[in-house]
Write a protein that binds this ligand. Structure first.
Ligand SMILES: Cc1ncc(COP(=O)(O)O)c(C=O)c1O
Length: 383
């Protein structure tokens, strides 16, 4: 059968490890999964209650392509309360997870052959979605020298090396590095993009999970950024597949048209639950404080094992570690770790096709006891 070149994207290795871990768990193995970035907690109680009430009511249908107006208004209220910013709910689009938001943003902003700059190491789906859409990715290495984030200087150099850059995509807090980009850096990046007619996409999915530094939204620096966010991480709602975008006014109709045909709408049940979840900070902050304890535990114990923590761990819920002391093939290392001690982590190749062969990412969104147990098992294994 003839297959498209678009489908030949890299696998998302973390999902492959998840599938193997799920298989082992089903076979009764005591698997501790630190491979995939998802909280162990359930969605907030108020979200579950709202969803139950909606189910009792019975009729779950399509919504407007841009989502329920009440949810879009509630999200505008979130920006007012959290960031002191007034957003017209008409600029907010509800999406099927932030993943659909990337699709919509890329389709509405770029044509095939355009170039988009992203950080390396970075979230692999950016690269894979861009590749599937025929958009060129320009990967910029982030490291201790540039504060593990993108800078105007790095973008200037990338444009000189590769040609005009049409878009920049940055996550803060970032996956897998945990970098929280400083407010002044974000402002500089946003200004640089505006002055050079570059679309700036800010992935704010890990907002609410900042442990060191200040959490700024790109919306503070103008209405031209495309902000993408989600209920998956802080709100513990990965499986509900629900996220949102804040769009420049000029992009709204374009996104709406594409969304109508690609998705019709995000699931109504999830939209109802998400609206309730916006009011659940009390419950969710307890989980965030638990991640902070996990973070401190890993920051202390992983280096003792010889796993050098390779980046800041200031936000999100990941420890990205260098395992060069033990292997040059992190994929094989991750496979053996799962097969021999039932601890699942993600090989760095997902995040960094260049240097990822000696890196591993541990997600610490699990229980504290499990984190401790995982480190104990690894310590015994390495001995
Ligand atoms: C940086 C980043 N952006 C986006 C996503 C996708 O999340 P979702 O589609 O569940 O909103 C993830 C998931 O791990 C992520 O790490």
């Amino acid at each position: 059968m003839r297959l498209s070149k678009r489908g030949a994207v890299e696998p998302f290795h973390a999902m492959d490890v998840l599938a193997e871990a799920t298989k082992r768990r089903a076979a009764g193995r005591p698997v501790i999964s630190m491979a995939v970035g998802q909280p162990v907690h359930s969605a907030p109680q108020v979200a579950l209650q709202a969803a139950r009430a909606a189910l009792d009511h019975g009729r779950i249908g399509y919504t407007d392509a841009l989502g329920l107006l009440s949810l879009r208004r509630a999200i505008a209220g979130f920006y007012r309360a959290r960031h002191g910013i007034e957003i017209d709910p008409g600029r907010i689009a509800i999406t099927t997870g932030s993943s659909a938001g990337f699709n919509l943003a890329f389709l509405a902003l770029f044509d095939a052959g355009d170039r988009v700059a992203i950080a390396r190491p970075g979230y692999p789906a950016y690269r894979n979605i861009l590749a599937a859409l025929g958009i060129e990715t320009v990967e910029i290495e982030v490291n201790a020298e540039n504060g593990f984030t993108l800078t105007p200087e790095a973008l200037e150099k990338a444009a000189a090396d590769h040609g005009r850059i049409h878009g920049v995509l940055l996550a803060s807090p970032a996956n897998p590095t945990g970098t929280v980009t400083r407010r002044e850096n974000l402002a500089a990046l946003s200004g640089y993009c505006r002055n050079n007619d570059i679309a700036f996409i800010s992935d704010e999915i890990y907002h609410g999970l900042t442990f060191v530094g200040e959490e700024a939204t790109a919306l503070s620096f103008g209405e031209d950024a495309v902000v993408i966010n989600s209920f998956s991480k802080y709100y513990c709602m990965t499986g509900w597949r629900i996220g949102w975008m804040v769009l420049p006014a000029a992009l709204v109709r374009s996104v709406e048209r594409i969304a109508q045909s690609l998705y019709i709408s995000a699931p109504e049940l999830s939209q109802i639950a998400a609206e309730a979840a916006l009011g659940a900070a009390g419950e969710l902050d307890v989980h965030r404080d638990a991640y902070r304890r996990n973070r401190d535990l890993l920051a202390e114990r992983l280096p003792v094992l010889g796993f050098t923590v390779a980046s800041p761990m200031d936000g999100a819920f990941y420890a990205y570690v260098n395992v060069a002391r033990f292997t040059n093939d992190s994929m094989d290392f991750a496979r053996r770790m799962l097969a021999e001690i039932d601890v699942a982590a993600t090989p760095g190749l997902d995040f960094d096709p260049g240097d990822g062969h000696h890196a591993l990412r541990f997600s610490y969104a699990g229980s504290h006891e499990e984190m401790n147990e995982a480190v104990d098992r690894i310590a015994a294994w390495l001995r």
